[in-house]
Write a protein that binds this ligand. Structure first.
Ligand SMILES: *Cc1c(COP(=O)(O)O)cnc(C)c1O
Length: 350
């Protein structure tokens, strides 16, 4: 193996997903609500004429137009669909992969930026967020000037802190970036803001979205929007039939019923504020969040509490061994009963 495999592959580790059968699952930012029973038969009917014996459309134009329209993407922008936005991050990074073309992000950030960059042999640079997970714009601009990244990834809101950096900071980064700037709006459904209206203002600005966090994680669909000149180049790296027919049909169906998902997102935001207040009332340091999760700190006992919650059948996210986040835990917002079970078990453990 050492003889055949690239050193970056040998050095990397497989992405670990905790077994979750039977748990109240609050670790992966999924929408806790299933497709309502009232929609299930209509959804199955929509799948009935799927041509399973044919390859799916490689560029489903009508679906992309519907996604753009629903997502507030200016119509003159190009769009690339991915098998989850993870695949689009992989396409972006493999498009620029090479010596002297690093990737830059804030720390902490969504982990796949680093994992994919390192797997592809790119240097990965990061600029630490401050103690309250706010962006130090001048430090970021200085590092960008120094390392000349081919791609800057900005998760907005940030995962895992839920913070949204000021629009003016994003504008300053776009204006000064020597390469691509990818604004990753994975939590758009919960953030009440978007950078989509700025697409086209800078030729190197791209916008990344996913349907995973708002109720369709099982389908695996993300999209990248931006100037056609960039999208057309990146599209060459997409495998021809990366979005299967069941996903295409299900997403089209979901867009026709977008109000159902919007209502769920609203419910999740209301619960987020409830859980936030309850954590504060317990004397826990917790950061206000514009996403469907909350980050909180339990100095010296994050691991013990994480294990205790697991014992109680509740799975949340720990950052064991992380230099910055070792004392932190991240909980995804679930249904009202799930959130109350989490809070009760947590209180018990404090
Ligand atoms: C979850 C997440 C993604 C990945 O989404 P998929 O579409 O499910 O691959 C991308 N970016 C951020 C910031 C995320 O938190």
């Amino acid at each position: 193996q050492e003889r055949l495999l690239r050193p970056t592959v040998l050095a990397s580790r497989a992405y670990a997903v905790a077994p979750s059968d039977g748990f109240i699952k609050l670790d992966a930012m999924e929408n806790p609500y299933a497709l309502p029973a009232s929609l299930r038969s209509a959804w199955l009917a929509a799948l009935q004429d799927a041509d399973l014996h044919r390859y799916p459309s490689p560029r489903p134009e009508a679906l992309m137009r519907a996604l753009a329209e629903h997502g507030g993407i200016p119509p003159e922008m190009g769009m690339l669909l991915g098998n989850g936005s993870d695949e689009l991050i992989q396409i972006l990074i493999s498009a620029v992969a090479g010596a002297g073309r690093p990737v830059l992000a804030v720390e902490p950030s969504f982990v796949m930026y680093r994992i994919i960059a390192e797997q592809q042999g790119l240097a990965y640079h990061s600029v630490a967020l401050d103690a309250d997970f706010q962006l130090d714009l001048s430090a970021f601009l200085a590092e960008m000037e120094r390392c000349q990244p081919a791609i800057v990834f900005l998760d907005w809101p940030n995962n895992p802190s839920g913070q949204m950096h000021p629009v003016a900071s994003l504008e300053a980064i776009c204006a000064a970036a020597p390469g691509l700037v990818v604004v990753d709006e994975a939590y758009h459904a919960f953030s009440a803001d978007s950078f989509a209206g700025h697409l086209g203002r800078w030729p190197n600005l791209l916008l990344l979205r996913t349907l995973s966090k708002e109720g369709l994680a099982g389908l695996r669909l993300g999209f990248l929007a931006g100037p056609p000149a960039w999208i057309d180049e990146l599209d060459k790296l997409r495998l021809p039939y990366n979005i299967n027919i069941l996903t295409q049909k299900s997403v089209a169906f979901a867009l026709r019923h977008a109000a159902v998902f919007a209502e769920q997102a609203q419910e999740i935001c209301a619960e987020r504020e409830f859980v936030y207040e309850r954590l504060r009332a317990l004397g826990i340091q917790v950061w206000p969040s514009r996403a469907n999760f909350l980050l909180f700190a339990l100095p010296g006992r994050a691991n013990a509490v994480h294990a205790g919650l697991k014992e109680a059948g509740i799975l949340i996210k720990a950052f064991t061994g992380h230099p910055r986040l070792g004392d932190h835990l991240r909980v995804s917002i679930g249904t009202p009963p799930e959130n109350r079970a989490f809070l009760a078990a947590l209180e018990e453990l404090l």
